[in-house]
Design a protein around this ligand. Structure first.
Ligand code: PBG
Length: 334
């Protein structure tokens, strides 16, 4: 039958979803998900020294900064309604070694920065990553054996000490990002037995072995000198395993469960959201930032709008909070 033969007068649609989209006012009434400033966590790359601010080539708009610059940035972002910040230390090559000993220096750059930040901004939420990769010369997250294996239980000891140092410096949340088995329980016990019962654990529960971390590793100078992270980070092909990881972490005492990367793993966020009543976090990682910035630089899309849509989608999938380098873009919409 040809389209021309339809009698327009007898054609009435009973269901019209477009009525709910007819004006910005109605769209705002029916909106199911809102991205809030209080959902966002700003990562900082911490440099030693003073007055230092370096561009990161693969992450346009993001810098490595010394503590004085970070204090200023926290002040500005806090006034804009961002309440949570995460620190990633960038060590000089000379301070790195195969065991990552500098991670256990109570007077190191990271604990000193934590003390200074919490002194000036006691009300903010400060998060420290717990893993050895910024400190190891090979870039792996753990202690390695002579034949190049990443040793689980030996690494736990180092992570435990590292967490105690950051807790003692006053960090609000420690965030183990190493993917060793049993680390959440180990950290909880270590913290509790040293009376850091109030220090929270945000666990990188479902952390995938992803190609989207490369810009972060460039920022930290922590690119791998051998191998890959597939014996500890998860296979991107798996989702049931992610739930196992998350539920183990919950049982072991994690306060918040994180999925990483975020935008390619929305199914995982959504499944973990269903599987637990714990708060769920997502890390919108460096590569997810860099690829949009690269497309923006070519004029292929608008980075601000693309980031807002991405972060909103991560929230819609079920994340309560999101680590992101794209907060400047999000702030233009929220
Ligand atoms: C350290 C760590 C990594 C990231 C966060 N913590 C890198 C890695 O596991 O190799 C990645 C963050 C990003 O890409 O933005 N274990």
């Amino acid at each position: 039958m040809s389209v021309l033969s339809i009698n327009q007068n007898s054609f009435t649609l009973e269901k019209r979803l477009r009525r709910n989209r007819k004006s910005a006012a109605i769209r705002s009434l029916i909106r199911e998900t809102s991205l809030l400033r209080s959902d966002l966590i700003m990562p900082f790359f911490l440099l030693g020294g003073k007055g230092r601010k370096e561009k990161i080539e693969s992450m346009p708009g993001v810098h490595r900064m010394s503590l004085d610059h970070i204090l200023n940035a926290i002040d500005s972002y806090h006034q804009l309604g961002i309440q949570a910040f995460a620190l990633f230390p960038v060590l000089e090559k000379e301070k790195k070694c195969p065991q990552g000993i500098e991670a256990l220096n109570a007077q190191g750059m990271l604990p000193r920065a934590i003390r200074a930040i919490k002194k000036e901004f006691p009300e903010i939420c400060l998060i420290a990553d717990i893993a050895l990769d910024p400190f190891t010369s090979h870039g792996h997250d753990g202690v390695i054996s002579d034949d190049g294996k990443i040793l689980n239980d030996e690494t736990l000891q180092a992570l435990g000490e590292m967490a105690l140092i950051q807790a003692d410096a006053g960090v609000d949340i420690v965030a183990p990002s190493d993917m060793m088995d049993g680390r959440v329980g180990y950290l909880r016990k270590a913290l509790d037995s040293s009376s850091f019962t109030d220090t929270s654990i945000l666990s990188y529960s479902a952390k995938y072995s992803s190609s989207f971390y490369s810009p972060f590793r460039e920022a930290l100078g922590s690119s791998l000198s051998f191998g890959d992270k597939k014996t500890y980070q998860m296979d991107p092909a798996n989702s049931r395993e992610a739930i196992l990881e998350a539920l183990f972490d919950e049982e072991e005492g994690a306060d918040i469960l994180m999925i990483k990367p975020a935008s390619l793993y929305l199914d995982i966020i959504s499944k973990i959201r269903e599987a637990t009543n714990k708060p769920v976090a997502a890390f919108h990682v460096s590569g997810e930032y860099s690829m949009v910035m690269a497309a923006h630089a070519k004029g292929f899309l608008d980075a601000d709008a693309a980031f807002y849509e991405t972060l909103l989608s991560i929230k819609r999938a079920g994340a309560d909070m999101i680590f992101s380098y794209a907060i400047d873009s999000a702030l233009k919409f929220i």
